[in-house]
Design a binder for this molecule. Sequence first.
Ligand SMILES: [Zn+2]
Length: 435
Amino acid sequence: MKSALLSTLSSLSAILVLAFPASGQGGVAVFAERMLDVRTGELIDDVVVYVDGDEITRIETQRDFGSFELGEGYRAMNLGDVTLMPGLIDCHTHLTGDLEGEWETRNVREGAADAALRGARNAKRTLEAGFTTVRDVGSSGFADIALMKAIDRGFVPGPRMFPAGHTISITGGHGDATGYRPGVLERGVESGIANGPDEVVAAVRYQIKHGAKVIKTTATAGVLSHEGPVGAQQYSFEELKAMVEEAARHGLKVAAHAHGTEGIIAASKAGVASIEHGSVLTDEAIRVMKEHGTYLVPTTYLADSIDLDQLPEMIRAKAESILPTAKESVRSAVAAGVKIAFGTDAAVYPHGLNAREFAAMVERGMTPLATIQSATLAACDLIGVADRGVIEAGKLADLVAVPGNPLEDVSLLQEVLFVMKGGRVEFTRIRKRAH
Ligand SMILES: [Zn+2]
């Protein structure tokens, strides 16, 4: 292919886009009028991001352009008037679940195959919303692991997954199947139900054996389950510590669902990497989390959006009691400088609307840039990966494009126009330019 010579910047918009490549093969030069540097918050005008295979190899900007020659063999892909950003990361999804239909009894009516296929639909929606990586924190029957494999093999479109397998929970706890008569869905360590440090260790080992990349636990009671009260601590410090130590021996981190203060403090002191929800954060809980460097994954848009009318009465009462406090806790955590990573709990509201969390976080006191960093830099730090989350040479070519300036209006992240994952275009609403 003859290289294209561009003598002026203005001709950028006139680049003939030959084709959006069907795979990550070969070189692609992605042009955009703006790119967000998530480290500095700087918007950089007129960028070209070179992608070879699944990797970003070079970035050129306006400054480099005097006379610009597109490298030999590169296909140009002109996205035009968009802001290019790194692929977004949601640290709290359940791709294989949702609240559609009779979700409450689904675990006795459907199996892992149903969940995996449900997950395939949800994974596509999540990816097309701009989320190229998720930490998926709790599924059943290893449907999440099967989904991860199917995505990695290219069978179905979806984000890169860090699945947890089964949530590690006490008998009758938030991760157990509660509300049934004795004999129905009695679970053991294979399904994550574990009591005492020895069983907890066995449960962690079993999840890892079958492909878990993160360990999820329920340190306290929860909302969408038939046990109460919502904030009650369910695992002791000793159990949580055994879990964290066993996970660490395998290089994995622990994400702890925790609403109530005692459970939050115990989990943070035990060394979990993140507190999910963190609904009742006292000054003491915030102090402990800061001291231990524990992330908060707020899942705070839920508090604005959950449809209380669709919940059974007992669960509804729990939701009404905890949600107003949860919002205030996020505000306090933001003000105190607790580390925050982006997570939505998608499943509890429809998959694909993940980006609504950004505006909710801004409403709780974060800057738009801080929310974007929570879904890129901070999310990578929490998950423990350094190969993504920023547009730089050597990183994975996971890119999204949104209209306008998301630093002025973070809700623009709900209008994703283009998604590339590993150099492959997964979704685009941008018309090919050929003028
Ligand atoms: Zn969850």
